[in-house]
Design a protein around this ligand. Sequence first.
Ligand SMILES: [Zn+2]
Length: 250
Amino acid sequence: MEWQGSGKSSVSAGGQPAGGSTASRPTAPATNGLGLSWVGGSGGSSTIAPPDPEAQRLATLKSQLLGALPALPERPRSSSWRQNDLVNRADLIKSIRSDAALQSAFSGWEKLPADVKLAAGNRIAALEGALYGFEPAPIQVDAFLKKPAMGYYHPTEDKVHLSPDTLTDLRQFVNTLTHEQAHAYQWEKGVEAKQGRMDPADPLAATALAWHDNFFEYAQPKDGYEAYRTQSIEAHAFATGDGVAAGVFS
Ligand SMILES: [Zn+2]
């Protein structure tokens, strides 16, 4: 590797004897009589390091993950919100499975750096937002989040928190992420309905109102797992996360 550093000075050093005086080297500080700066003076050598194919692959993958989404199917227009929700979920599964950038990320998941995993997470969230019709919440890895908690969404800050454990388990990552983004969807639609910005004839209107109220009467797992798991926003979020993970990894 040393040659990469000295290579930077090759122009001025060309033809100079190894023990040449510092005075004759324009790049060496005049105060260094021993010429030791010859080694230390190679700062910035990274700018001329030969390209690292793996680093380049990761940079390309990351920009693909953060790039434009593919064309997505028309939104379902059934008069049943449950029917529309099932179509949205099926379309999300299909779009994840057919996305080249996501599949490339999935195939080497264990070796991906955290920032590329997060880029994949943002792409999945963007697909979920585009298909369900909401603004996905920003994702944050929360080092303080410990099992059994895998993630959470808090409406006040509108952020999805993921535990570091989710990053090491791809299926858990996809499950938790789409589950928590489902909560972001519920909150956006709930507020829309509550504030009268949703057409009362919208098939989702009554459910969105119920979701809104559920956020204010939220049953924590410690209050009893059954009550937690079956309340309306959790029933829908579990169906989303579990359903997407099952569909993507079947
Ligand atoms: Zn939940």
